[in-house]
Design a protein around this ligand. Structure first.
Ligand code: ADP
Ligand code: MG
Length: 416
């Protein structure tokens, strides 16, 4: 992609990166506050349903323990609205972390306070304290200075490994590192920045971007940024409810399909810009449709055959479209995928998404998948280990690719 390169994130350019890495941080026998993203899904009986995000932080936590740090680990979990909510306690997360790290994890009963201070002061090298859900404190999402000061007082050094939270200017992500002199990016954060920077700063051609899913408004900004940065011969594949919005913009009548009608003019802008720059756009020519999201059977509908019935919904791309996607993906030298092609949670409408997942896995180029549901689809199809980089941050990866500065990364900037 063209545009100014964001210096400092590329692996090839590590000398000029704006933040310190773990190996530069003095942690021996020091209290290290590690902001992680343990915002994991829980089961109804409050156990960790998917521990991917906990596992993703293990390399950083293990390395810090081995080097004698006293770990003070913190994360948010869900949206507790600034007050304690027992259903969103970090307790099950702490239990899973203890199993994975094979070490005792002491759970604090609040975010900051005298009890927490004592727990941290008493910790010895290699011990792990987990703070209670950061969002139990109203100051977290407000980037409140008092909370930041209290958290900063708990540590001698700060590490951010919460890529998924770096696009939020919250106290634990921005306020604390601004107050702490010794700070660094964790291994996960660094890996995310290196992989995503490769897409932004050193794209290989043809570049293929696949954008789907349901968060149309959030992702239109990314599509607009992409068509401005991609070059002739690159391809943008549009699926999911995003594609419905584009098809509606072209005057297609799609019955009861999910779409964002008020964004059709942005969709047209994307198409106009892409055409002006000779960027290929793959939009569905056929769809799998059903009567409601619970439908157990899909009907293949060719758009040239006219409108959908008023109670029908477009819930997946059709077989001909899937083949066009596979062909484009096979040629990609670099590929970014964010957003499933359809309602893949329903097996009747999973085929397009799973076929794209297999095609991305088979692609010989450099492949990156981001977005919670897209990553779940890749895992469901059993091909996650054949993707070059599976991003842990949905919103953060999108903002990074759009070219925005992530506040959590900017706050790690070394003080001169
Ligand atoms: P991600 O989490 O990968 O960023 P999104 O959250 O934007 O992706 O979208 C994923 C959701 O979009 C999934 O729940 C999926 O079922 C839904 N979805 C995709 N296509 C459609 C469609 N055509 N109609 C309704 N829902 C869809
Ligand atoms: Mg999602």
């Amino acid at each position: 992609m063209d545009g100014p390169p964001r210096r400092g994130y590329q692996s090839a350019d590590m000398a000029s990166r704006p933040f310190a890495t773990l190996d530069e941080l003095d942690v021996d026998n020091r209290r290290v506050l590690v902001r992680v993203d343990f915002n994991v899904p829980l089961t109804k009986d409050r156990r960790v349903r998917d521990d991917t995000r906990i596992r993703a932080a293990l390399p950083t936590l293990r390395m810090l323990r081995e080097r004698g740090a006293k770990l003070v680990v913190c994360s948010h979990l869900g949206r507790p609205k600034g007050a304690p909510d027992p259903a969103l306690s970090m307790e099950p997360v702490g239990a899973r972390l203890a199993e994975l790290l094979e070490v005792e994890v002491k759970l604090a009963d609040e975010v900051v306070g005298d009890g927490v201070t004592k727990l941290v002061t008493d910790a010895r090298a290699g011990e792990v304290v987990l703070l209670e859900n950061l969002r139990f404190h109203p100051g977290e999402t407000k980037n409140d200075a008092k909370l930041s000061q209290a958290l900063a007082a708990l540590c001698d050094a700060y590490v951010c490994d919460a890529f998924g939270a770096c696009h939020r200017a919250h106290a634990s992500v921005v306020g604390v590192p601004e107050l702490v002199h010794d700070k660094a990016a964790g291994l996960l954060l660094q890996a995310e920045l290196v992989a995503l920077s490769r897409l932004v700063d050193a794209p290989a051609r043809p570049f293929v971007a696949i954008v789907g899913g349901a968060k149309v408004s959030d992702k239109l900004g990314v599509l607009l940024a992409l068509v401005e940065r991609l070059a002739a011969g690159d391809t943008v594949i549009i699926g999911g409810a995003m594609a419905n919005t584009f098809l509606a913009a072209q005057g297609r009548e799609l019955g009861a399909s999910l779409m964002e009608r008020d964004r059709t003019s942005d969709a047209n802008t994307v198409l106009t810009k892409a055409a002006a720059r000779d960027i290929h756009v793959v939009l569905p020519t056929d769809l799998r449709v059903g009567r409601g999201i619970e439908a157990t059977e899909a009907r293949v509908h060719h758009l040239e055959d006219g409108p959908l019935a008023t109670d029908e919904m477009a819930l997946d791309i059709g077989p001909a479209t899937t083949e066009r996607c596979e062909a484009a993906v096979a040629k990609a030298a670099m590929l970014l995928w964010n957003g499933p092609m359809g309602l893949f949670e329903n097996p009747a409408f999973a085929e397009g998404t799973l076929a794209v997942a297999r095609a991305v896995a088979a692609c010989k180029g450099f492949t990156v998948v981001g977005g919670g549901d897209s990553v779940a689809a890749v895992q469901q199809s059993g091909v996650a280990d054949r993707i070059d980089h599976v991003s842990t941050g949905g919103g953060a990866s999108l903002e990074f690719i759009e070219g925005k500065t992530l506040p959590g990364v900017a706050a790690l900037r070394k003080d001169d």
